[in-house]
Write a new protein. Structure first.
Length: 348
């Protein structure tokens, strides 16, 4: 019995080691071949971070420098620009949009201090590094809170390059972002929240109830948690509900917080949204808003239901158990045959 156990443990260890080797090989194959670092200036007011967290003054001009390191065996081309920090539909601060729709509350944005056309293309030779600089100038009038954005570094790929599979060219795009936070005071401005329009909408073809949440203040909102439920107007029975945590909102931004229809078939009618939002710092906002879903809305969205995707977890579990059983049978047969051979030898 002990011998069986040793054999099974050995086989299990080999399988785990094989899996780890495969993961390591995959990770190395997916390496992007370049990285980005910063040269932080003297007015960096947070020495613990590697992005640009700067204390600035009205009318101040400064050059910010990043370093692009090309670790690959060939030259690479990059596009470098400065983008405004936005909040995407997942409640994540996004620096990747070069020409986003700005929130109505934004008075001075990152493009106002760095220039709207501050985009450049650079080439970095193989196994080398290159410094790239961007310049900003602060407005003459003192600003409250912070201006938040990021230096966006994107590798420019040849349209003809990439891996070809079944006649289709596949090209992966990677990008780095170095955050830029500019503020004239060490006191953070408190964020705020407003609930704007509530309506029916869709994301990736799936129907949602969308509540537009806005942070109209130049303060960062962290650790955002939203608890929401939808009822028929005049009723306390919940027809949709969702709790979502770990979100954030950029200063002076908005996003559509979405509540999936799930497996419920919403009908046209009048509804009420009740929403509680909590953020780091003890902030709490409560909203109640009525909205209407028309038959035209439902028809345009095709009322697609967010049916859950089939899970194949138990197939994998069953397959793993089957493999273990087969290995056990093989080991049993081998041991049995070996015992017969030993008995035969003793008889002879």
């Amino acid at each position: 019995m002990k011998r069986w156990l040793r054999v099974l443990v050995t086989l299990g260890t080999l399988l785990v080691a094989f899996g780890w080797m495969q993961q390591t090989k995959t990770a190395k194959a997916e390496s992007v071949g370049y990285s980005v670092s910063t040269i932080t200036p003297k007015n960096q007011d947070d020495k613990k971070v590697t992005y640009f967290a700067l204390r600035v003054k009205p009318n101040e001009q400064q050059k910010l420098t990043i370093v692009i390191h090309n670790s690959s065996k060939s030259a690479k081309k990059f596009q470098v620009g400065v983008n405004q920090a936005m909040t995407n539909t997942n409640g994540v601060i996004d620096y990747s949009q070069s020409n986003p729709k700005l929130d109505s509350s934004l008075k001075v944005g990152i493009k106002d201090v760095f220039g709207k056309n501050d985009t450049q293309k650079v080439t970095v030779n193989a196994k080398s590094s290159k410094k790239v600089s961007v310049d900003y100038k602060m407005p003459a009038k003192k600003i409250d809170g912070m201006i938040l954005g990021g230096v966006y570094v994107k590798e420019l790929k040849d349209n003809n390059a990439g891996n070809k599979k079944n006649g289709v060219t596949i090209s992966n795009a990677f990008a780095y972002v170095v955050g830029v936070r500019l503020r004239e005071s060490g006191i953070d401005v408190a964020p705020d929240m407003r609930l704007n329009a509530v309506k029916a909408g869709s994301i990736n073809g799936f129907s949602q109830v969308q509540a537009n949440l806005q942070n109209p203040r130049p303060g960062l909102m962290k650790a955002l948690k939203v608890v929401s439920k939808v009822t028929k107007q005049g009723s306390s029975k919940t027809v949709l509900s969702q709790t979502k945590e770990g979100m954030a909102m950029a200063p002076n931004s908005n996003f559509n917080y979405s509540i999936p229809w799930g497996d419920k078939q919403l009908t046209a009618g009048d509804y009420t949204l009740k929403l509680d939002a909590y953020a780091k710092g003890g902030y709490h906002w409560q909203f109640t808003k009525n909205f209407t879903i028309t038959q035209k809305d439902i028809s345009s969205l095709k009322n697609r239901i967010n049916t859950p995707q089939k899970s194949y977890l138990w197939w994998f579990v069953g397959g793993g158990i089957l493999i273990v059983l087969l290995l056990a049978i093989i080991v049993y047969l081998l041991m049995k045959n070996r015992k017969k051979d030993d008995d035969t030898d003793e008889t002879e």
